[in-house]
Design a binder for this molecule. Structure first.
Ligand code: SF4
Length: 76
């Protein structure tokens, strides 16, 4: 069952690839000639939380957020 939603402000992503180096859920793609990160899965369960949290913590511009779908609270 899905428990968390990934929110990524792709417009503010600077394409540093830190998240993709840390988590398998993140990959780099080219959009309009710019390198951007993209989550492979936009919804994750408990077992994938730590990995994605570390990716969010690694982001220098803090554009990765994770929201608990039940409580609607932002985890990060
Ligand atoms: S760490 Fe942040 S800025 Fe860097 S590629 Fe990932 S989302 Fe973009």
């Amino acid at each position: 069952m899905t428990k968390y939603k990934i929110k990524h402000d792709i417009g503010e992503c600077i394409g540093c690839a830190a998240c993709a180096a840390i988590s398998d859920n993140w990959e780099m793609v080219e959009i309009n000639g710019e390198e951007k990160a993209k989550p492979k899965k936009g919804e994750i369960d408990e077992s994938e939380l730590e990995d994605n949290k570390e990716a969010a913590e690694s982001c220098p511009v803090e554009v990765i957020h994770i929201v608990d779908t039940e409580t609607k609270k932002k985890i990060i």
